[in-house]
Write a protein that binds this ligand. Structure first.
Ligand SMILES: Nc1ncnc2[nH]cnc12
Ligand SMILES: [Zn+2]
Length: 325
């Protein structure tokens, strides 16, 4: 598992903030946190659902203030990922929380992109940035975000949509995704995590996104499963996240294998690894154990992670040969 080459397609940079680093960044920025130790913080990680998780996650975001913070966060994740066999990481990042705290966009994206460039040299891992808007905010806010990041266009591979799903359907962001497509961004949208299967359809039909983050709810709707297989829509599933946020209470019933058997290109990812108890390999291990996946099936998941990535086909030729069945 460790050496199996893989891509991670669904990880939030903010969700890689380990408790020790949260404390360290708070101290160096002179900020108070409601938790006095990493262990006290970990005790707060008994989440009741997505919105409850997001309230802790956004408190964690408060400690990231300087270009060095974003750089160090990104470096720590990319080094860990490379040690787990990750060759390519497409990292979601939501600037809006940090803009609220007065952190200039250039400090945010400058720190992240410096770390991406360094890790390419030192660890042979390709990091790519997906800017993610918050769906609990307005579509006008999301369009403003696109304006704000335009000077960084050539360093941003794509855009996504995250945060509180219920009551914030993809169709609320139709113009955001249309504008993003118009600027040549690749597109992905969280859908069917806590929200219904109809949100997955909306993400495809109304927002015309290329990839679905999670897509868990689609598994219960046979004609949607057939469509995802026919159109080869990649789902970036996150088993430990779904377990910790009570999307599922039993990984032995996790629909990943059923979707794979139906021909849907599913992938395994970590979402917010520091909050959900595992990086990408722990997620692979959890589904392998729970679903009794064979070596060939695990290899298929790894292949799917590359073919479902936003890399150019010529970037993937070598690694796909390594993963030939
Ligand atoms: N699991 C998740 N769902 C939606 N938005 C998120 N942002 C960070 N993690 C998320
Ligand atoms: Zn996510």
């Amino acid at each position: 598992m460790t050496t199996l080459p893989k891509a991670e397609l669904h990880v939030h940079l903010e969700g890689t903030l380990e408790p020790e680093d949260m404390m360290r960044f708070a101290a160096r920025n002179g900020l108070e946190l409601p938790w006095r130790s990493p262990d006290e913080l970990r005790a707060a990680y008994a989440f009741t659902g997505l919105e409850n998780f997001l309230s802790v996650y956004f408190q964690g975001c408060r400690v990231l203030r300087t270009r060095a913070d974003f750089h160090d966060l990104t470096t720590a994740y990319l080094h860990r990922a490379a040690a787990q066999g990750v060759r390519r990481a497409e990292m979601l990042f939501g600037p809006q929380a940090f803009l609220d705290h007065g952190v200039p966009i250039d400090d945010q994206l400058g720190g992240i992109t410096d770390a991406i460039d360094e890790a390419r040299e030192s660890r042979d891992i390709e990091g790519a940035l997906l800017v993610s808007a918050h769906r609990h905010r307005t579509e006008a806010d999301a369009l403003e975000l696109l304006d704000l990041v335009r000077p960084w266009r050539d360093r941003i591979l794509g855009v996504g949509l995250g945060s509180a799903e219920r009551g914030n359907p993809p169709s609320k962001f139709a113009r955001y995704f249309a504008a993003a497509r118009g600027e040549g961004y690749r597109t992905t949208c969280h859908a069917g995590e806590e929200g219904p299967a109809s949100y997955v359809r909306e993400a495809l039909d109304v927002c015309q996104v290329e990839r679905i983050d999670h897509g868990y709810a689609a598994a219960e709707v046979p004609d949607l499963v057939t469509r995802l297989a026919e159109e080869q829509v990649t789902l970036t599933m996150c088993p430990l996240s779904n377990l910790r946020l009570h999307v599922t209470d039993d990984l032995t019933e996790y629909p990943l294998k059923a979707l794979m058997d139906a021909g849907v290109p599913v992938t395994v990812n970590s979402d917010d690894p520091s909050y959900f108890g595992g990086y990408v390999n722990e997620n692979y291990a959890a589904v392998t154990d729970a679903l009794g996946l064979t070596e060939a099936e695990v290899k298929t998941l790894a292949r799917n992670s590359f073919t479902g990535s936003f890399a150019q086909p010529e970037e993937l030729r070598g690694v796909l040969e390594e993963l030939a069945l």
